[in-house]
Design a protein around this ligand. Structure first.
Ligand code: GAL
Length: 363
């Protein structure tokens, strides 16, 4: 059977009999300001190209209209499958309708696309568990808990502050609820005190996960709640970029020099700049999400669709996008403290020892 759509390469989902070289996968990534998305984009592209597919990889500079336009263009140019990590999980409904009309399957990549029936599959990590792991890392850093989950020797009380990600990213809510479910008993017991009183996600969210915005919020918190000589002991941070903003604000306020110890600061993504900070004892931990494995799952799901099959899900309950439960493949995550950098990140080839020392990806 020859290409049936008559639109040249692919022509929208109807791929019967086509060779990989005739098929194009559109890959839409949110931003290049965070290395994780660069690594994700490159990994998806390389894996698809190794199988002979054509790849249209686009980054949207964290700008919603740009992403909408890029996805529109992928559709009109006849993409056969779309893999999308959305900037705003609710902003792509009309693009997804156009994709569905053209019979192009859509895979939501790491971030669930909401409010649309036209999301065919979701590949991500267990986002609730990311939040739990971040909260546990905070407790471990403070000495309230040991790494094996047993009770630690510290008693507190400790002053902490909470940060969350971008409210328009579905993941931010999962991270927050996993973390808060874990921290709440300690807050209720008075062992952890959120001195600012800001514990609602709307109060602590950082739009677009931006480092500068996080730095500004931490500065404001220090001025409003810690100008009485009290100290911050821990900060729940959902993402390494936010962690670096928080750390900069703290350092500018004298933390990390003399007797004023830096608080325990958590993170996520094992970004190289933060891995160096962990290695140097500045940031306490991060949550490692192996983007190579995520990319691989996206490619497996994409290929299944191209072969007219349903990709295999390992979760068909958790991710309701407001219209339907999207079948998902969720990967596990790992907490990385200083001692874990070598076994988890270096020995697996995610970062080299040189990159960790430099705090920079090689290229
Ligand atoms: C989330 C993602 C996190 C982090 C964050 C900021 O959607 O799950 O791992 O990358 O975006 O980019």
């Amino acid at each position: 059977m020859a290409a049936c759509s008559g639109e040249g390469a692919g022509g929208g989902g109807d791929t019967g009999g086509n060779q990989p070289g005739d098929l194009t996968i559109g890959v839409s990534m949110p931003t290049q300001t965070s290395e994780r998305w660069i690594a994700d984009g490159n990994a998806v592209k390389e894996k698809l190209q190794a199988k002979g597919y054509k790849v249209d990889l686009q980054y949207a500079g964290d700008d919603i209209p740009t992403q909408s336009q890029q996805v529109d263009q992928m559709i009109t140019q006849g993409a056969d499958v779309l893999i999308i990590a959305a900037i705003d999980g609710t902003a792509l409904s009309s693009q997804l309708q156009a994709a569905a009309d053209a019979k192009i399957p859509v895979i939501a990549y790491d971030r669930l696309i909401r409010d649309s029936p036209n999301v065919n599959f979701y590949v991500s990590f267990d986002n609730y568990k990311v939040g739990v792991a971040q909260a546990n890392a905070l407790l471990v850093g403070l000495g309230l808990q040991n790494k094996d989950g047993s009770k630690g020797t510290a008693t507190g009380p400790f002053n902490i502050e909470l940060f969350a990600g971008s409210l328009d990213d579905n993941n931010a809510h999962f991270f927050f609820s996993g973390a808060m479910d874990t921290l709440k008993p300690f807050i209720d017991a008075g062992t952890l005190k959120v001195k600012s009183g800001q514990t609602k996600i709307e109060q602590i969210a950082i739009l677009r996960w931006q480092q500068e915005t996080a730095q500004k919020r931490m500065e404001d918190l220090l001025t409003s709640s810690y100008n009485d000589g009290s100290k911050v002991d821990g900060v729940l941070s959902p993402y390494d970029g936010i962690s670096r903003g928080i750390i900069t604000a703290l350092q500018n306020a004298g933390y990390g020099s003399g007797a004023k110890k830096l608080p325990v600061v958590t993170g996520q993504d094992a970004e190289i700049a933060s891995v160096k900070l962990i290695n140097d004892g500045v940031q306490s931990s991060t949550i490692f999400k192996d983007t190579r494995l995520l990319a691989e799952q996206a490619v497996i799901a994409g290929e299944a669709f191209l072969e007219d099959k349903e990709p295999q899900a390992n979760d068909t309950k958790t991710y309701n996008n407001g219209v339907k439960v999207v079948p998902s493949f969720l990967l596990p995550v790992q907490t990385v403290y200083k001692d874990d950098i070598k076994p988890i990140l270096v020995d697996s080839g995610y970062w080299t020892a040189e990159e960790v020392a430099a705090g920079q990806a090689k290229s």
